[in-house]
Design a protein around this ligand. Structure first.
Ligand code: COA
Length: 356
């Protein structure tokens, strides 16, 4: 009897390990309804940076794939970019602001520490029935935001969720120094997710990860007045980066997290229509695509025109590719992000947007 019980227990443990997801009965799936994006009007070309410090277009383009980026002017902000992208995504979804139940703004460079950018956006949009919060996962923000939104939808807690990725790094760069400021640009991207029948779920799988950046290879400080040291000058808050360490981190985690996702979803790269990596460096994108076996025609990239727009980069790249008629619907996409934290993650999605 005791032996039988033991065998039964081992079988249950094995079965749970192998088919664990099957036991979580879900009633809802996630459907992607619409997309939008926004860029500031001011274009800063590599040649413009030559006036600020010792650099040149050839060096920047060959090391990063970036030709130009956008930066906010005085009358623009994270809020104005998020608002524009969200309005487009709502219109594209054929939803009104009052239809939105939850707003998640993914950002590491909010206009203020509080109120949150999401609460400010909620007010400007007139999304009177929504609840809003910001999510901080740096350049992985949009992937973490999609995954977070999906869990609220799967549980039945919310029906329509607006996920916005927005960053304004230009306010946090040392424009007298060449190693970091060449990389970043400002922008916003937004998507509306809605609940649907569980059999039509368009989020086919995800993997998200984090670990402590103990060596502080990628930081943006939040220095401010300290009561214990009121006389001390406050150091400006600028992005600081060990470029080589972050490059190595990216070339390690991007292929490995995508491979983990493909294995989890029983897919191969040739089954997937498009590969949409975080737009940090064209050399990282090319290397990852090659390692993973995504041919060039499947790789979605706009880094030459926008630089690294952090949490906005993935929805911005998708939206630009749609507007440039590079995407055919319905399609499958592997999205992959990485960034400060350290954070990284990947999602496999189906996209069938009706009109953009
Ligand atoms: C930043 C990055 C482009 C630098 O490229 P790199 O090949 O590592 O370049 P290095 O820092 O070794 O610099 C090489 C040389 O170019 C010089 N250099 C650095 N920045 C320069 C610039 N903007 N213009 C011209 N020369 C530059 C360096 O001083 C160095 O000169 P030296 O050899 O005389 O000392 C690269 O490390 C990178 O992309 N890292 C990942 C960054 C990233 O993705 N961050 C975001 C994560 S979300």
């Amino acid at each position: 009897m005791g032996g039988n019980c033991q065998i039964l227990l081992i079988n249950v443990i094995l079965y749970t390990k192998l088919f664990g997801d099957c036991f979580v009965k879900r009633n809802y799936g996630v459907q992607f309804l619409g997309i939008g994006s926004a860029l500031p009007s001011k274009v800063v070309k590599n040649a413009d940076l030559e006036k600020l410090f010792d650099t040149n277009d050839e060096w920047i383009y060959s090391r990063t794939g970036i030709r130009e980026r956008r930066v906010v002017d005085k009358d623009e902000s994270g809020l104005s970019l998020a608002l524009e992208a969200s309005k487009q995504a709502l219109e594209n979804s054929k939803l009104n602001p009052e239809d939105i139940d939850l707003i998640i703004v993914c950002t590491a460079t909010p206009d203020m520490l509080y109120p949150s950018l999401s609460c400010m956006l909620q007010g400007e949009l007139g999304a009177s029935k929504a609840v809003s919060f910001d999510l901080s996962a740096a350049c992985s923000g949009f992937i973490f935001g999609l995954v977070t939104a999906s869990q609220y939808i799967y549980s039945g807690a919310f029906k329509n969720v607006l996920v916005v990725g927005v960053d304004v790094h230009s306010r946090f760069l040392d424009w007298s120094e060449r190693s970091v400021s060449i990389l970043f640009g400002d922008g916003a991207g937004a998507m509306v997710l809605s609940s649907c029948d569980v059999n039509n779920d368009e989020l086919l799988g995800f993997v998200i990860k984090s670990e402590s950046d103990k060596k502080l290879d990628l930081t943006l400080t939040n220095n401010n007045v300290h009561f214990a040291d009121l006389s001390k000058n406050i150091e400006a808050n600028f992005v600081k980066m060990n470029g080589k360490a972050i490059y190595q981190f990216a070339v390690d985690v991007v292929p490995s997290v995508v491979n983990e996702l493909l294995e989890k979803t029983s897919m191969k790269s040739f089954d997937v229509d498009y590969f949409v990596p975080h737009q940090a460096n064209k050399r990282i994108i090319d290397m990852a695509a090659k390692k993973l076996g995504f041919e060039e025609s499947k790789v979605v990239s706009n880094i030459d025109k926008v630089g690294n727009t952090s949490a906005a980069s993935i929805p911005l790249a998708i939206h630009h590719a749609i507007l440039n008629k590079q995407i055919k619907f319905p399609c499958t996409m592997v999205l992959v992000g990485f960034g400060a934290g350290l954070t990284w993650g990947s999602a496999l999605v189906k996209l069938n947007l009706k009109s953009v």
